[in-house]
Ligand binder design. Sequence first.
Ligand SMILES: *[C@@H]1O[C@H](CO)[C@@H](O)[C@H](O)[C@H]1NC(C)=O
Ligand SMILES: *[C@@H]1O[C@H](CO)[C@@H](O)[C@H](O)[C@H]1NC(C)=O
Ligand SMILES: *[C@@H]1O[C@H](CO)[C@@H](O)[C@H](O)[C@H]1NC(C)=O
Ligand SMILES: *[C@@H]1O[C@H](CO)[C@@H](O)[C@H](O)[C@H]1NC(C)=O
Ligand SMILES: *[C@@H]1O[C@H](CO)[C@@H](O)[C@H](O)[C@H]1NC(C)=O
Ligand SMILES: *[C@@H]1O[C@H](CO)[C@@H](O)[C@H](O)[C@H]1NC(C)=O
Ligand SMILES: *[C@@H]1O[C@H](CO)[C@@H](O)[C@H](O)[C@H]1NC(C)=O
Ligand SMILES: *[C@@H]1O[C@H](CO)[C@@H](O)[C@H](O)[C@H]1NC(C)=O
Ligand SMILES: *[C@@H]1O[C@H](CO)[C@@H](O)[C@H](O)[C@H]1NC(C)=O
Ligand SMILES: *[C@@H]1O[C@H](CO)[C@@H](O)[C@H](O)[C@H]1NC(C)=O
Ligand SMILES: *[C@@H]1O[C@H](CO)[C@@H](O)[C@H](O)[C@H]1NC(C)=O
Ligand SMILES: *[C@@H]1O[C@H](CO)[C@@H](O)[C@H](O)[C@H]1NC(C)=O
Length: 405
Amino acid sequence: MERCVSVRGLCLALLLGLGFMQSEAFEVEIKNSSDHTCIHASLMVNFTVTYEITNSSKNASFSAPDTVTTNGSSCGNDSSPPLLWVNFGNGHSWSLNFTKTNITYRGDVLTFTYNLSDTTYFKDALKGGLVSSTTKFLDPVPLNSTFRCVSDETLISENVTQLIWNVTLQAFIQDDTFGQEFVCDADKPATTTQVTPNVTTPTPTPKPVDKPSIGNYSASNSTGKCLLASMGLQVNVSLTVEGKNVSILFNINPDTTNSSGRCGNETATLSINDTKIRMDFDFEMKKNNFHLDKLAITLDTDSGRLYRIIQNLTLWEASLESSYLCRKEQTISVSEDLQVNTFDVRVQPFGVHNETYGTAYECSLDDDSLLIPIIVGAALACLIFFIVITYLIGRRKNYVGYQTL
Ligand SMILES: *[C@@H]1O[C@H](CO)[C@@H](O)[C@H](O)[C@H]1NC(C)=O
Ligand SMILES: *[C@@H]1O[C@H](CO)[C@@H](O)[C@H](O)[C@H]1NC(C)=O
Ligand SMILES: *[C@@H]1O[C@H](CO)[C@@H](O)[C@H](O)[C@H]1NC(C)=O
Ligand SMILES: *[C@@H]1O[C@H](CO)[C@@H](O)[C@H](O)[C@H]1NC(C)=O
Ligand SMILES: *[C@@H]1O[C@H](CO)[C@@H](O)[C@H](O)[C@H]1NC(C)=O
Ligand SMILES: *[C@@H]1O[C@H](CO)[C@@H](O)[C@H](O)[C@H]1NC(C)=O
Ligand SMILES: *[C@@H]1O[C@H](CO)[C@@H](O)[C@H](O)[C@H]1NC(C)=O
Ligand SMILES: *[C@@H]1O[C@H](CO)[C@@H](O)[C@H](O)[C@H]1NC(C)=O
Ligand SMILES: *[C@@H]1O[C@H](CO)[C@@H](O)[C@H](O)[C@H]1NC(C)=O
Ligand SMILES: *[C@@H]1O[C@H](CO)[C@@H](O)[C@H](O)[C@H]1NC(C)=O
Ligand SMILES: *[C@@H]1O[C@H](CO)[C@@H](O)[C@H](O)[C@H]1NC(C)=O
Ligand SMILES: *[C@@H]1O[C@H](CO)[C@@H](O)[C@H](O)[C@H]1NC(C)=O
């Protein structure tokens, strides 16, 4: 450190050198026969591979190095898709092929092939040879745009976990021109930095739209439904149409939606998808209590796609193995221009057994309905008590008066 302070040039060189060693990223460019670039990719991957040793199994963890070769890659043609094929180390390879529509492109199959005979990574492996594992990578990206994602993404397949981050990738490059950046959702700053959610009971003004019908939603894993939810959903969005601000209130029709999601030990996601709108509810488990942590809305409007997200919510809390229940209307302000109203919510994101809800924890809003009769009752009791006391005192006074007479 002292040397760094005294010799600034050297310090900078040392820091750069260190940074280079720690974060190994490979950067490759694939060209066609006429020397035009069709794929450009720069990214970092960490692999964790479970492999067999005598009577047991072991994990190998390693990163893709910065020196790789691209033998096997191709720009594709009418009958075969573009293929990015990255070789590294002693016989390992990472490959991804792409498909496109007239407006987007995406990754199709990501194949990671590892060589169990490589003893630098797979010490004491029972069997040698090449093993391949496949998974999906890269959701649709607009054509002529570069996908950019600094945030990490975990891809899991049997025996292999890949952690991919700091990705810059474009396929179907035309005229050697890199397009505008298309930033992944995970990198987008939350549009609202509101920490305490704005949950209000709306004023009972008549609404132009009826109460939404209650939909049943779920997510499944290999053993069946692992996340259950039922609720009515209403969306209130402010849009600028022809220079004018308009507010639109509409209901989600359960008949035209489908739901899916993902269950985990600590996080779970419920995605509700209609033709024009998609809602992603992220639940988190903390100290045996779950809550709704994040709500992301993707809305397709005539003037484009709207993406709004609110994080760090602490709504819909209940304990593990139980469900959250709230009959009253609740409003989640996702952003200034978008609110979601929920009706008759029942949700259980963790510990679902036999595809049925656990014990229901009712929300405090529902408890309010009990509180009012209690308060009224208590007030009445007080009143009666005072009347009785006043009456008794009055009677005693009368008594006394009588005696003196
Ligand atoms: C995963 O590893 C196990 C042994 O650890 C092996 O039996 C199995 O075939 C592997 N699966 C794949 C897809 O390689
Ligand atoms: C990737 O793996 C390397 C070691 O191979 C480790 O130093 C680094 O922290 C890992 N990066 C992430 C983001 O996990
Ligand atoms: C894309 O192709 C479909 C038919 O395959 C067509 O209906 C649509 O208009 C095309 N979109 C654009 C932007 O060209
Ligand atoms: C992509 O760029 C090429 C040439 O630069 C152009 O012909 C094509 O229409 C563009 N496609 C889209 C969807 O913007
Ligand atoms: C991508 O490769 C996988 C296997 O390597 C193959 O099954 C798939 O059909 C390929 N995709 C396209 C669009 O050809
Ligand atoms: C991400 O990759 C770029 C090169 O594309 C590199 O300059 C930068 O240091 C990397 N960032 C991290 C956090 O690894
Ligand atoms: C959410 O909370 C985490 C820590 O609990 C914090 O790092 C993060 O910045 C918060 N995000 C927002 C959008 O407030
Ligand atoms: C909560 O919502 C009310 C009414 O919609 C608004 O007046 C208030 O400013 C909001 N509070 C926050 C913290 O956003
Ligand atoms: C599926 O989800 C249920 C409920 O959360 C859990 O008990 C079960 O272990 C999960 N199954 C798998 C294969 O992950
Ligand atoms: C989830 O919990 C189960 C049992 O506690 C454990 O076997 C499993 O490895 C956990 N899964 C993850 C992804 O942490
Ligand atoms: C909803 O799902 C359909 C098919 O599963 C998909 O084509 C569509 O893009 C999805 N909509 C959104 C907004 O994600
Ligand atoms: C699961 O639910 C079904 C129908 O609700 C019921 O018949 C069955 O007995 C339940 N099984 C267990 C193990 O609770």
